[in-house]
Design a protein around this ligand. Structure first.
Ligand SMILES: Cc1cc2nc3c(=O)[nH]c(=O)nc-3n(C[C@H](O)[C@H](O)[C@H](O)COP(=O)(O)OP(=O)(O)OC[C@H]3O[C@@H](n4cnc5c(N)ncnc54)[C@H](O)[C@@H]3O)c2cc1C
Length: 269
């Protein structure tokens, strides 16, 4: 018997690596229109099986508990009944090992509300945009680009994606294609643990900014009057890059106080 909270079906599952997945779901009902960069919750019951490639939970989840976690939407705004998520498996986590065990046709819960302030809404159309991500922090930028890359011809846009090894670069083909198609879009993957076969950048994201490599590669200036920065993913990266940008007079954006630094941390509860 199906759990009554389940309201979506898996229609696509692609493992980028054994611990990194692109999950596509079809919701039974369409959602309201949303803004690129927003997120919703995804959930499964504790009774669901965990992936073979996971570790035991410290505290077993009760079978009747619906475990809910927020995930940024990677699919374009035009899709309000099919959503794509880019998810990393936390091996001892409560939800992700269960999500990784889902197969095509599997059922799950997807939130009815799509929320969040990590959007382009307060970014002037002519401002340049730098989207900085570690790991699955790339997800909201995939939505930004799929939805808006065409809308901002006078704005330079760059994605700096930090990962360990080449195979951790989900969406590499799509981003490489966009960079070769749109002269105002730059894709800057940077790897910390690549072997000699990697010919690209090897800088930590912080060093990308401090060394001037961003400006050399794209012409984009680290200047809050001209360039908005978006940071998404690992809290340590967010903290370090925030420190660097603060030294260049960047203010963190909030509803109460507009700024050119937009932050989304993938913090757990
Ligand atoms: C607004 C928002 C959007 C998010 N979007 C995404 C997204 O698009 N893709 C995505 O993969 N995640 C995303 N997350 C993180 C996600 O919500 C979960 O926290 C994550 O998937 C872990 O869930 P879990 O239940 O498996 O682990 P939990 O049971 O919650 O975590 C167990 C422990 O693992 C550690 N942990 C938690 N998360 C991580 C992590 N990412 N890496 C390493 N250790 C961790 C913590 O110490 C935690 O206490 C987002 C978080 C927020 C707040």
């Amino acid at each position: 018997m199906e759990a009554t909270d389940y309201n979506a079906t898996v229609i696509g599952k692609m493992l980028v690596t054994p611990d990194l997945m692109i999950l596509r779901v079809h919701t039974d009902e369409p959602r309201e229109n949303f803004k690129a960069g927003q997120y919703t919750v995804v959930g499964l019951y504790g009774a669901e099986p965990r992936s073979a490639n996971s570790a035991p939970e410290t505290d077993p989840t009760p079978p009747g508990k619906l475990v809910l976690r927020p995930y940024s939407i990677a699919s374009a705004l035009s899709r309000v009944q099919e959503f794509e998520f880019y998810i990393s498996q936390v091996k001892s986590g409560q939800l992700t090992p269960r999500l990784f065990q889902l197969e095509l046709g599997g059922r799950l819960h997807v939130g009815k509300r799509i929320i969040g302030v990590f959007t382009l809404a307060d970014t002037p159309p002519e401002a340049d945009i730098v989207m900085v991500a570690t790991g699955t922090g790339l997800a909201p930028y995939i939505c930004f680009l799929r939805s808006h890359v065409n809308d901002r011809p006078n704005s330079k846009m760059a994605v700096i994606h930090g990962a360990a090894k080449p195979w951790d670069l989900g969406y590499f083909s799509e981003l490489t294609f966009l960079a070769s198609t749109f002269p105002n879009f730059y894709y800057l993957p940077t790897l910390t643990h690549a072997d000699h076969t990697w010919a690209g950048h090897r800088l930590w994201i912080e060093d990308f900014l401090v060394s001037g490599e961003l400006e050399r590669a794209t012409g984009i200036q680290v200047n809050p009057d001209k360039t908005h920065f978006f940071l998404c993913g690992n809290p340590t990266m967010v903290e370090k890059v925030t420190q660097i940008l603060s030294a260049s007079d960047y203010q963190r954006h909030s509803r109460q106080r507009p700024g050119s630094l937009h932050v989304e941390e993938f913090k757990s509860r």
